[in-house]
Write a protein that binds this ligand. Structure first.
Ligand code: SF4
Ligand code: MG
Length: 342
């Protein structure tokens, strides 16, 4: 029955005082149930905006969205807000970096879980909802859930609040869960626990998961496939193994060399990508990455600064795509980039 989420040629444009800004362009991907897609990129790359579009959480009055987003077979581009609300929190749910922003400070945790349940189970009783709330808190590892259910958010630790938000996200068994930087605000130990929890719950619910992150360690741990975004476009896509071991796009190389080696306990040298992401208001011509790319001189003529590379099959395998003019990316990576990182 195909992938649960199918995004095709998505474009998201916002009007600004200085003119329209296209935050996402020509983006296509799909996620099957039981699979996790990691979307990685710097802030402003469009990774959050594209997922907000899936959830229908963009500022609907101003954002212009074109292309197709099918959730469980339903086209959601152009869907009314009331039908969107029926899907949100039910067929699909989103969890954020900041649980405090998602949880209302003045309502008990349990009351918020119960409401999230009752919105989509109108025939359920208050008692059913409370039972469900306690069950979900238990599922996400909150100790003494039958007592903590009456706590307010501020009585929970940061890690417990994150768990409570996950409980709220999953209370209606969504088939699609989008987690936007779900562990960024947490310390390393709690982060690992939350990622484990997400994996356990995904197995249990067989949901399709999108994890949005700038952290390739999280990708290595969680994702089956990886989509690398730069300046609103997909610049590389592949299995996690392809992206981590045989990446073919210089921006991905930059991401890989600017994080500690995820496979070894000793930190590799950190080489941050020089420069800043481009302005989406006046994006550079050609390859959006060319102002920061140290490999553009290996491409003949001024192709990099004049022509947008297409997203084409990479050499490592069928599912692997890259957007770059380099003729021999594998050779460049092995002879120049890997020695630099090591
Ligand atoms: Fe660098 Fe050119 Fe490839 Fe863009 S197309 S990543 S500028 S080599
Ligand atoms: Mg973001």
């Amino acid at each position: 029955d195909g992938p649960f989420l199918q995004v095709e040629d998505l474009k998201v444009t916002f009007p600004t005082e200085d003119g329209p800004v296209t935050a996402v362009q020509g983006l296509s991907y799909s996620v099957e149930k039981g699979k996790t897609l990691g979307i990685v990129g710097e802030s402003g790359s469009g990774k959050s905006v594209s997922s907000m579009a899936v959830m229908g959480l963009h500022d609907a009055k101003s954002a212009q969205i074109s292309g197709s987003i099918r959730v469980g077979g339903t086209e959601v581009v152009g869907l009314s807000e009331s039908r969107m609300r029926g899907l949100r929190g039910n067929a699909m749910a989103m969890i954020f970096q900041d649980a405090l922003a998602a949880l209302h400070p003045f309502y008990k945790i349990g009351a918020q879980l119960e409401e999230a349940y009752l919105v989509h189970h109108s025939s359920a009783s208050k008692r059913d909802a409370r039972r469900k709330a306690i069950e979900m808190l238990d599922r996400v590892g909150i100790p003494q859930p039958d007592r903590r259910v009456d706590d307010f958010p501020h009585q929970f630790s940061g890690g417990m609040r994150q768990r409570a938000m996950i409980a709220m996200g999953l209370i209606n068994d969504p088939s699609l869960l989008i987690a936007d930087e779900p562990t960024t605000a947490l310390d390393v130990t709690v982060q690992a626990q939350i990622l484990d929890l997400l994996q356990d719950l995904q197995r249990e619910f067989n949901s399709a998961v999108i994890i949005i992150t700038h952290d390739l360690g999280v990708i290595a741990e969680m994702a089956d496939d990886v989509l690398v975004m730069y300046a609103g476009r997909c610049v590389e896509f592949g299995t996690t193994k392809q992206i981590l071991t045989t990446p073919e796009m210089p921006y991905t190389w930059g991401l890989l060399s600017s994080v500690p080696d995820v496979s070894s306990s000793t930190d590799a040298r950190l080489i941050p990508i020089p420069g800043n992401p481009p302005s989406l208001l006046r994006p550079p011509p050609g390859c959006s990455f060319h102002p920061r790319c140290v490999h553009a001189d290996k491409v003949p003529g001024d192709l990099c600064s004049t022509q947008l590379p297409e997203l084409l099959p990479a050499s490592s395998g069928t599912a692997h795509l890259k957007r770059c003019h380099l003729a021999d990316p594998v050779g460049v990576y092995q002879s120049e980039v890997l020695p630099e990182i090591a």
